[in-house]
Write a protein that binds this ligand. Structure first.
Ligand code: FAD
Ligand code: FES
Length: 254
């Protein structure tokens, strides 16, 4: 069942770039997982009760494994970075709705640690894909893997690789167009992409991030403002963990 805590096993772990780690875990959650969903990962330290939401980066249904790629942000992710092959890891998932799969010529846009969830989507989408990846600097984690699935365009904040600036600067520099946009990354990036997509009549799906507690729709810690009234709360709210994390951009306020 999707929302039951499970003891999974670390299959492998490697560092991709400073503070960025890739971990494959063997888990039943791989059977039902879809691109754009996430798992809640529990720490072993009892003083940190709340799980950490981490997006699914890749799915291997045959081997029953999921891959997560994460940045060390605090004590929980720091703990995960020390796990070794064979260690147990408590998780819950897959959680959230995941990306729809539509469009003939699409943008897959990831900014920073919003890049990982776009990889499984890139694998599964069967159409013309333009992947636009925004990094801080020339530590271009996962870029080579994206190149197996289509054309990759890079933007870096410091200009050390690709277009100097952000993902929109790269789109403009290369004169790219698409009918559907899928994006995950920091809120200012998503806000700019939402406006760009509206201006250019591109259907835009964004994956939102918010601090979470339960991760399964029960506590309302993760709400964002929405255009429509939510049936659960009867107000203009959406729960990012349960109704999202993927939303049609025009449905939510950023
Ligand atoms: C749907 C979703 C998907 C995510 N996917 C990824 C991913 O693929 N890779 C990745 O590196 N990070 C991802 N994050 C962010 C990740 O959850 C946080 O970086 C992580 O929880 C930080 O935990 P910590 O103990 O290391 O840091 P601390 O700052 O010590 O965390 C303290 C508390 O705040 C919460 N918290 C802190 N930052 C965030 C945040 N940005 N989002 C949600 N909760 C937060 C933690 O869960 C914890 O309960 C995702 C967040 C969400 C909501
Ligand atoms: S984290 Fe509890 S409702 Fe979303």
């Amino acid at each position: 069942m999707a929302q039951i805590k499970e003891t999974a096993v670390v299959y492998s772990q490697e560092m991709l770039a400073p503070d960025i780690y890739s971990m494959w875990i063997t888990t039943k959650a791989a059977l039902d997982a879809k691109p754009g969903q996430f798992i809640s990962v529990y720490t072993k330290d009892g003083s940190r009760l709340l799980p950490r939401p981490i997006s699914i980066c890749e799915i291997d249904k045959e081997e029953g494994r999921l891959r997560i790629v994460y940045r060390i942000a605090g004590a929980g992710t720091e703990e995960f970075s020390h796990y070794k092959s064979g260690d147990s890891i408590e998780i819950m998932g897959p959680l959230g709705n995941g990306f729809p799969q539509e469009g003939e010529k699409v943008f897959l846009i990831g900014g920073g640690i919003g890049i990982p969830p776009m990889l499984e989507l890139a694998k599964q989408l069967n159409c013309e894909k333009q992947m636009v990846l925004g990094y801080r600097d020339a530590n271009l984690f996962l870029k080579d893997e994206f190149e197996s699935y289509g054309q990759v365009y890079v933007a870096t904040e410091d200009g050390s690789a690709g277009t100097k600036g952000n993902v929109l600067d790269a789109i403009r520099e290369h004169g790219l167009t698409a009918d559907v946009m899928y994006a995950c990354g920091p809120t200012p990036m998503l806000r700019a992409l939402k406006a760009y997509a509206a201006e250019h009549h591109i259907r835009c799906y964004i994956s939102l991030e918010e601090k979470m507690a339960c991760g399964i729709g029960a506590c309302l810690a993760c709400v964002c403002k929405s255009k429509d009234v939510d049936h659960h709360t009867n107000v203009h709210n959406k729960r990012i963990c349960k109704d999202g994390p993927v939303f049609l951009a025009e449905e939510v306020e950023l």
